[in-house]
Ligand binder design. Structure first.
Ligand SMILES: O=P(O)(O)OC[C@H]1O[C@H](O[C@H]2O[C@H](CO)[C@@H](O)[C@H](O)[C@H]2O)[C@H](O)[C@@H](O)[C@@H]1O
Length: 867
């Protein structure tokens, strides 16, 4: 394709919008190869080739780009490699390719065959004679070629020389002719910058190439570009490049802009602190809001499906729905409406009220097709000012092309698997295209709109009809079930509001249709900023879910436990009579997860890559999982006063599974990707499974099971004997391993050891000494085989608080609990971890473990639970 020559005086500030948008897109490639020509591109053309040095602005940009992760920079020049290295003085991170692509710095310089050396000698000799009496013409010798420069010659002489070279030695067999700016070059090996760039692309597995060049010799690179690649020609002349800039200085600015965009994308600059996000939920869908009311995370149709808004881990290009006052400013605050999952974000003159609705035919008599039974995200904007809206849905984690079609009172989202529509009466959308994606932008004047505008993002529906109920009634309908539910809880007086919010959060993580409970609402929020400990928690772990349901049972709500136990029943049934083959986690539907995968188009929260979906822990052996379920069954049975038939069946299966496998080493609850060990926690949980089963049969009239009692005692004796590490004077992480692990507190918390047993007391002291750091307790400090480190783990903090209480250290328990509460975000939510040095939350958010720990501690401190 040939482009018209653009105004070469154009400055980067006035960069062609198409080029700016192409730069924005390619800057977000998972692995980007940036290849630049040298003379005329990084270095302005000068008369004396030995004086061509790169612009300092270009050097700064390419150096910084080369230092970025997943980014490779190469200079592909017609110059001899050695000459290029000497003149450019670029650092070794920048790959150099010389002689028009035949000399590489990374290991595949071609050696000349003897016959080619002979041709080169003839060539040098012939050209020397040819230019001998031509003033201003000079030769440049390279390893496999000779360049004849005519820039210094009179134009008539130059033309004569070029003709003589071309028709003379240029016509020899074995000689390749390359003509550039005031230079003609004869090489004894075929050269082709296009092939060289392709070779680099393959070697580096680059997902896109950006190439900048000025000369005719760069054209075979431009011709080879395809797909997401971007080619930029400098200056005038025919070109196959899609874009053009005026001169090397403009190219330098362009590289600077690319650096800014890519760095921003890779490191998620200005990432919102994790704990400051609020969660919306309706028992079916979860979404996260930033403190500025930006919808930053929403997966659909299930909470473990792909995200349609993944801004949280991918920045703006990964999809968001933003609202803000046109005049700017930061919000005055954000809060949950009391005892609901409705979030209000307030600026001066603007309040945004967000909730996830679940319209149902029962609630809305005579409703029309707008009622799909699926989720609707409702955003009510009230106030008096002008408000800016940006709606950028990006289905499939931003990997599916999307179009927005204005229709009637809203927009249809086209390109998503499920129908999605945005009903937004009174909003005039401006649709902007960016590659395969469209974004809708609007400014609404709330005063002119009567003080309020409502946007309804309808999932599972393409209906843009008006809902017959007024919005305030729909808000009440959505809020009442939450309020009624909280009103029915037996909340402690200790941290009452925080406990209520934690309970609502756990309830929000429940997937009502199936009964499963998510471990957290997100994937890949990092355990270390910039680290690789990023996991997908949008699934139902047997352990976490059972502990969550247990916390709600303790608050007096059995429905979530009943739902979960039905889900567990289905999962156990699908093992085909082999409960010992239970996986640690399942999809919300109760099925096995697909393979763990990385979405390399997403840079991660604050640049913490990779972003993973799925979870390899799915294939681990974790023998502890039965304990929390048996504990939940026992708690439910005690509350309800009876045991259901399917619950006995599940209990029998669990005890049988423990009987068959308790003596095996396993991967343990922290899911370290290491060889199996005899984990103390797993053994204690096996003991607890049988202990709670016995408790149930004894309390609920199913007679005694002496063989269970014998099994329980055998497991108990085993772990008490082998789990103790004499050097640590404590129960350690695993048999024969000295390192401590917070989960070993369960030697006492489970009831296996009495509270006043010296071995428990000693274990508590050792864990406190080794693992507590200010307001948090780390899981462990042993080498789990992964690079980097992590924060303190909230649920471990909760376990230590319980251990303090059990061992008579109430004031320590109260103090640590207060510190734990202080780490929560402004709306009361907790992620998985906390970094006591940086004083910030880490890990997936909100995390069920953290909230169930908070609830249990408050109940214990209040004396409502005896432990
Ligand atoms: O592929 P490149 O990096 O652009 O190299 C092409 C040729 O560049 C050099 O010559 C050109 O730049 C000189 C300095 O500005 C200029 O005086 C000359 O007229 C240009 O043709 C270099 O000397 C050649 O070896 C390269 O083949």
């Amino acid at each position: 394709m040939t482009n018209p020559v653009l105004d070469p005086t154009r400055r980067a500030g006035g960069l062609d919008p198409a080029l700016r948008s192409a730069l924005g897109r390619i800057a977000r490639s998972p692995h980007l190869l940036i290849a630049c020509d040298y003379d005329g591109t990084l270095a302005p053309i000068v008369d004396d080739p030995t004086k061509a040095v790169p612009l300092p602005e270009s050097v700064a940009a390419v150096r910084a780009l080369a230092a970025l992760p997943q980014t490779t920079v190469a200079v592909v020049s017609g110059r001899a490699l050695r000459d290029l290295a000497t003149l450019s003085r670029l650092p070794s991170e920048v790959h150099l390719v010389g002689s028009h692509g035949s000399e590489f710095d990374i290991g595949f310089v071609e050696r000349l065959a003897p016959e080619l050396i002979e041709v080169r000698a003839r060539l040098r000799n012939e050209l020397r004679q040819l230019v001998a009496d031509r003033p201003g013409v000079r030769l440049e010798r390279k390893p496999a070629s000779v360049a004849v420069h005519v820039r210094g010659a009179d134009p008539a002489v130059a033309a004569e020389v070029v003709h003589a070279v071309r028709t003379g030695p240029g016509s020899w067999a074995d000689v390749t002719v390359t003509q550039g700016k005031e230079v003609i070059e004869l090489s004894v090996i075929p050269t082709n910058k296009g092939a060289a760039v392709d070779q680099l692309r393959t070697q580096l597995s680059a997902s896109a190439v950006l190439f900048i060049g000025d000369d005719v010799t760069d054209e075979n690179v431009f011709t080879n570009l395809h797909g997401p690649d971007v080619g930029i020609k400098i200056g005038a002349g025919e070109s196959a490049a899609d874009h053009r800039v005026g001169d090397p200085m403009e190219a330098a600015r362009l590289l600077g802009l690319l650096l800014d965009i890519r760095r921003n994308w890779l490191f998620g600059e200005r990432a919102v602190p994790i704990e400051r996000h609020s969660m919306l939920a309706n028992g079916r869908t979860v979404a996260l809001l930033t403190p500025e009311a930006r919808v930053t995370w929403l997966c659909h149709p299930k909470p473990d499906s792909s995200a349609i808004f993944a801004d949280l881990v991918g920045g703006t290009p990964a999809g968001h729905f933003s609202v803000s006052p046109e005049r700017g400013g930061i919000p005055l605050g954000q809060r949950y409406r009391p005892n609901t999952m409705t979030v209000e974000t307030r600026w001066s003159g603007l309040t945004v009220t967000d909730w996830l609705d679940r319209p149902s035919a029962d609630e809305v008599p005579g409703a029309t097709s707008v009622v799909s039974g699926d989720s609707t995200l409702i955003r009510v904007l009230t106030g008096s000012g002008r408000v800016r809206l940006e709606f950028a849905p990006r289905p499939e984690f931003g990997q599916a092309a999307v179009q927005l079609q204005p229709l009637g009172d809203g927009l249809l989202v086209l390109g998503s698997n499920e129908p999605v529509s945005l009903y937004s009466p009174g909003v005039e959308w401006d649709i902007v295209e960016d590659g395969n994606f469209e974004t809708a932008r609007a400014v609404v004047d709330l005063s002119a709109a009567g003080g309020s505008v409502t946007c309804e993002l309808r999932f599972g529906s393409h209906s843009l009809e008006h809902h017959r109920l007024p919005i305030h009634e729909r808000q009440s309908l959505a809020e009442r079930p939450w309020q009624d539910w909280v009103a029915g809880l037996k909340l402690p007086s200790t941290a009452r509001d925080m406990v209520a919010r934690s309970a609502l959060t756990l309830r929000g993580l429940c997937h009502e249709a199936t009964g499963s409970i998510l471990a957290a609402a997100t994937t890949s929020l990092p355990e270390e900023v910039g680290g690789v400990r990023n996991w997908d928690y949008r699934y139902c772990w047997l352990r976490d879910a059972a502990m969550s349901a247990r916390a709600l049972v303790d608050l007096g709500s059995l429905a979530e436990a009943e739902g979960l136990l039905r889900w567990v029943d289905g999962v156990v049934e699908r093992t085909g009579g082999h409960p010992e083959r239970l996986h640690p986690l399942y999809t919300v539907d109760g099925y096995e997860l697909g393979a763990e995968a990385v979405i390399d188009t997403l840079p991660g929260w604050a640049g913490s890559r990779p972003v993973r979906v799925g979870n390899l822990a799915n294939h681990q052996l974790q023998l502890d999982v039965f304990g929390p379920i048996a504990d939940l069954l026992a708690a439910v049975a005690d509350r309800r006063g009876s045991v259901r038939e399917e619950e006995w069946r599940v209990l029998d299966s669990m005890v049988e599974a423990v009987r068959r496998r308790w003596h095996e080493p396993d991967h343990g609850l922290w899911e370290a990707r290491l060889a199996p060990r005899h984990h103390v926690f797993s053994k204690v949980m096996c003991w607890m499974t049988v202990d709670r089963a016995l408790q149930m049969v004894r309390r609920h009239g199913a007679g005694d099971r002496p063989e269970w009692a014998e099994l329980r005692d055998r497991i108990g004796q085993n772990v008490l004997e082998y789990g103790w590490h004499p050097d640590s004077e404590a129960y350690s992480v695993a048999y024969g391993h000295e390192e401590m692990d917070a989960s070993s507190l369960w030697i006492g918390l489970s009831g296996l050891l009495p509270d006043d047993d010296p071995r428990f007391l000693s274990t508590v002291l050792k864990i406190e000494a080794d693992l507590r750091s200010g307001p948090v307790v780390y899981r462990y400090h042993w080498d789990d085989g992964l690079p980097g480190r992590e924060g303190g783990f909230h649920v471990c903090t909760a376990w230590l608080i319980e251990a303090y209480l059990r061992t008579g250290r109430r004031s320590d328990a109260e103090e640590l609990f207060r510190q734990m509460l202080d780490t929560a975000g402004p709306t009361g939510l907790l992620p998985e971890q906390y970094d006591p040095l940086a004083e910030r939350g880490l890990g997936n958010h909100p995390q069920a473990y953290s909230h169930l720990g908070l609830i249990r501690c408050a109940l214990l401190l209040d004396g409502q639970l005896t432990g």
